[in-house]
Design a protein around this ligand. Structure first.
Ligand SMILES: C[S@@+](CC[C@H](N)C(=O)[O-])C[C@H]1O[C@@H](n2cnc3c(N)ncnc32)[C@H](O)[C@@H]1O
Length: 208
């Protein structure tokens, strides 16, 4: 299996941030992610407090708002948060956004009912970082997490800490990883499937 050791973590600045939505809106699976996220949020209680890490362009904010959530977001790139402000218009004013590092979240234990994280732990940071970030996400939620992760169709293998996790884990391996971080899988929604390669899910977890 391919070992990808160059994380894309800190490169979402300026032009890349400005063009983020424009490029992603052309991806078919972006729209699947939107639909599946809305459907998963439907199953949760209303009026939750959510933190979205990394916030990116705040793509799920219209759903959070529709369900009466109190909204927070964190991203390492101020330019991405600037792009979110532009994309969201008046809705941005309902969000409390912070520039920060997912390795060390500036929130108290159990500060939120729900943490959401998409297009991040699987392919933007190394597996070593992803585990630390997962621990941080589990720490700041008191009830739920929706984490996007991928798996392959075989027995999988544990990635090295210096490589990107990608789809190296098996489905059972993903569940085990989440459990080791205090998160129990309750539901999963398929957002991308590549035959013979793997799948990506939005995974709804409850804090153990
Ligand atoms: C592919 S985007 C995903 C954004 C959004 N969650 C989505 O689904 O569109 C990756 C984001 O991770 C942010 N990022 C990279 N490293 C980070 C870190 N250490 N802590 C917080 N955010 C980080 C980037 O600035 C970028 O906005």
């Amino acid at each position: 299996m391919l070992k990808q050791t160059k994380p894309k973590g800190d490169s979402y600045y300026k032009g890349r941030a400005q063009n983020y939505n424009k490029k992603r809106l052309k991806q078919e699976w972006w729209h699947v992610e939107q639909k599946e996220m809305e459907a998963l949020l439907e199953t949760l209680p209303r009026d939750l407090s959510v933190v979205d890490i990394p916030f990116g362009t705040g793509r799920f904010v219209p759903f959070y708002d529709k369900f009466g959530y109190t909204i927070a977001g964190l991203d390492a790139s101020a330019d991405m948060i600037g792009a979110a402000r532009e994309a969201l218009g008046a809705l941005y004013d309902k969000c409390s956004c912070t520039v920060g590092d997912a390795m060390d979240l500036p929130y108290k234990d159990g500060a939120f009912d729900l943490v959401v994280s998409t297009r991040f732990l699987r392919d933007i940071v190394t597996f070593g970082m992803a585990k630390k970030m997962l621990a941080e996400m589990a720490r700041v939620t008191s009830k739920y997490a929706i984490i996007q992760l991928g798996n392959n169709f075989t027995t999988g293998r544990t990635p090295d800490d210096d490589e990107v996790m990608g789809g190296n884990l098996s489905k059972a391996g993903v569940d085990k990883l989440l459990k080791e971080h205090g998160l129990k899988v309750k539901d999963r929604r398929l957002v991308l499937s590549e035959p013979e390669i793997g799948e990506i899910y939005h995974i709804l977890c409850e804090k153990i």
